[in-house]
Design a protein around this ligand. Structure first.
Ligand code: ADP
Length: 488
């Protein structure tokens, strides 16, 4: 099975969130299962050619691609995903991608990903490598299924190429003005109220992907149901309901080569479920780093997150007066909206012994927080899959999460299961999106933290879970087969 895996970010080249973790690891597991996979991402300014050993592909050469009636020349740099044979094709067009950030608010943000999508398609043509499936991810790749079925349908090469479209987060839809019709050369016949590419009198990249792809999936089973309803469908629940029979949910896996306390190269002391000694040492070092006192009986709660409304910082702010009274310390790592960054800066300033904050992006520190904290909080309003709670389980860092999407699929409430006579819980969950619900589950976690026997069991339960890619990658292969069958 030949798979072209297309995403706007991938570890280790460019990352803002979970999509990069997925794109940097799933292709490797697909390869292990016998697939031939080529990964496609844009060549951003921040990706260093020399560090990643990238080479100009002379077979492809310079490709003229017309966007918004201007012809740009595009070429491809090639590399290999570390520890694998997965070929990575970087679509290089400095005019669009040599900017300070991966995603921008620039006026031509739409053009950047129109170019990327067309660059991928034309690279496939020049390589004369027809994949069985083009696996598109999120809004940045949403136009590809339309291009294949319309703009490039003149080329027989694509007759048997099918498309799978994965929604990693429906909150980001890539909605742009009607001018996209002109700049991307999309036929006007697709644009009418309620039509395939139209959404609120604008062009929606995500809706286009949903409409034209052969099959669809999201990154957890629960989220695949949630997005069919108005409250979490973000306006696309209608079109998704129309395609319900083609919509699947496959939980993201995680890369235990990178996220494993026994081998993690970013943490001072490695540890395992059998010998947890290193975890306490990591906590001491972490607190010292933030100039916070270490007291064995005080649990430390970690947060590592993009600071945006989706992640539930509104209810955290509501609960903070209650939470600050508890005998708990907090460490927060994240960046995003100014109001939340400011909230955490102020909290760390006001309560320096209780709250530490690092505003920014820091991969090493994210590992150290997973390893040093006792608990991990994710109060997300919605969460398509969520990776940090899965990392937390492996690190014996008990997750406290809102029962939504992938969080609900991966964290099982200790007290709830106890009620049914089971001691298989792995964390603490809450249903309502309120500060009170959040703080009451933090209090339940705190109570159990002081009952040593319970706490050890909760940690062990989580550490023994296996959310590696193997199982999910097998499900993707099944989905690819279905997509292929559908296209014929
Ligand atoms: P999302 O993709 O919505 O941001 P996920 O939980 O799926 O959420 O993935 C987030 C990923 O980004 C995790 O690997 C997490 O460790 C990482 N991350 C988020 N914010 C930061 C940060 N400030 N510094 C380092 N890593 C971060």
């Amino acid at each position: 099975m030949k798979i072209a895996f297309v995403a706007a970010e991938a570890v280790p080249y460019a990352k803002t969130g979970g999509l990069a973790d997925v794109a940097g690891s799933l292709p490797k597991d697909l390869e292990q299962l016998g697939c031939e996979v080529k990964l496609f991402i844009p060549k951003y300014f921040l990706t260093d050619d020399a560090e990643h050993d990238l080479h100009y592909n002379w077979d492809i050469g310079e490709m003229p691609i017309r966007i918004n009636n201007v012809t740009r020349t595009v070429h491809v740099l090639q590399g290999k995903l570390p520890d694998s044979d997965v070929e990575v094709n970087f679509i290089d067009c400095p005019h669009y991608f040599h900017r300070r950030r991966i995603y921008t608010d620039d006026w031509d943000e739409d053009e950047r990903f129109i170019l990327f999508s067309r660059g991928v398609i034309e690279t496939l043509q020049r390589l004369q490598w027809a994949p069985d499936v083009i696996h598109c991810n999120d809004w940045q790749t949403g136009l590809i299924p339309l291009f294949i079925k319309d703009n490039y349908s003149w080329d027989k090469f694509f007759d048997h190429v099918s498309t799978l479209y994965t929604i990693h987060n429906i909150g980001y839809q890539g909605q742009f003005s009607k001018s996209v019709l002109f700049s991307a050369e999309i036929s006007g016949e697709h644009f009418y109220p309620g039509g395939p590419v139209e959404h609120h009198d604008a062009v929606s990249f995500m809706k286009t992907g949903i409409y034209f792809s052969d099959l669809l999936n999201t990154v957890s089973n629960k989220y695949s149901h949630e997005i069919l309803k108005p409250d979490l469908g973000a306006g696309l629940d209608g079109i998704l309901s129309e395609r319900k029979k083609d919509l699947y949910g496959i939980l993201n896996g995680v890369d235990y080569e990178v996220w494993n306390p026994e081998t993690d190269k970013y943490i001072p002391h490695n540890y395992s479920a059998k010998d947890m000694g290193g975890k306490l040492e990591n906590k001491k070092i972490l607190l010292e780093h933030f100039n916070m006192p270490f007291t064995k009986s005080l649990p430390l709660i970690g947060i590592v997150s993009r600071m945006v409304a989706q992640k539930g910082f509104d209810i955290f702010a509501d609960a903070i007066h209650d939470l600050i009274e508890l005998d708990i310390q907090w460490l927060i790592l994240g960046s995003g909206e100014e109001q939340y960054e400011e909230l955490f800066r102020q909290l760390a300033f006001k309560f320096p012994k209780k709250i530490g904050a690092y505003i920014g992006y820091n991969n090493e520190l994210s590992h150290q927080i997973e390893a040093g904290a006792d608990m991990f909080l994710m109060p997300s309003h919605y969460e398509p899959c969520g990776l940090n709670q899965i990392y937390s389980l492996k690190y014996g860092t008990v997750p406290i999460v809102k029962k939504t999407g992938g969080l609900a699929d991966t964290v099982h409430d200790w007290d709830e299961l106890k009620y049914f006579g089971l001691d298989t819980g792995t964390g603490f969950t809450f249903n309502d999106h309120t500060g009170i619900a959040l703080s009451s589950s933090v209090k339940r976690a705190l109570d159990n933290f002081h009952i040593k026997k319970n706490w050890k069991k909760i940690q062990k339960n989580g550490m023994s879970k296996d959310y590696s890619w193997k199982h999910s990658a097998e499900q993707y292969v099944e989905l690819y087969k279905l997509a292929k069958k559908k296209r014929g």
